[in-house]
Design a protein around this ligand. Sequence first.
Ligand code: PGA
Length: 242
Amino acid sequence: MNIKVLTDYEEMSICTAEFIIDFVQKKPDSLLCLAGGHTPLKTFDFLVEAVNKVQVDFSRCKFVSLDEWVGVGISVKGSCQETLNSSLFDRISIPKEHICFFNGLAENVEAECKRIDDFIKTNGKIDLIMLGIGLNGHLGFNEPNINPNLYSHVVELDDVTKEVSSKYFEEPVSTEKGISLGLKHIVDSDTIVLIADGVKKAEILKQTVEGEKTNKVPSSLLQDQPNVHLFLDKEAASLLEG
Ligand code: PGA
């Protein structure tokens, strides 16, 4: 893991955006997977700014979904796809055909998983995946005790994930299950970017970086990967010893 500690959320977001911009400048037809959630929102602002200044062009990139709440459609504010659309895709005019996202309302979830797996296979592999880290160490909806050999799958969500979920939605929604890329997709990605900020993430960051490597803390399974770039603010890094 390559770890970079930045002063605050703003600096962490700038540094993450610069990393992604540099990556896309080198490989303009990248397949990208960018997480929803709250941590990346400012990174997206900086990416939009860079597009407006013509410093980077995402028009040849393709985008695949990380995860979605099962039963939650794109029209629901706070769904993963709505978050990505409103915070990034709509602001930089990504062609719809370059975006392949899980449909949380799909009746046949197995077919939905296959559709996403096939899209990734057709495009080779994910070039860059950017992930937040859950308070329980989940990556996407790869929850504690996950089987690390899975590709896309449907999962019963962990209690911590269900508890945290209300922060994303204006109205109550059922968040019992998620549909997610698997850890295998994450590990197979060419470049993995993990981001976290705030003191609330300090304990899970310590477990991620310095704790036992275990599927009880899915993020810890990335410990030995040289292609992982961890961008933290000082607060999230505050319990790290190294
Ligand atoms: P957050 O979510 O960015 O909203 O903190 C991270 C996650 O749960 O993966």
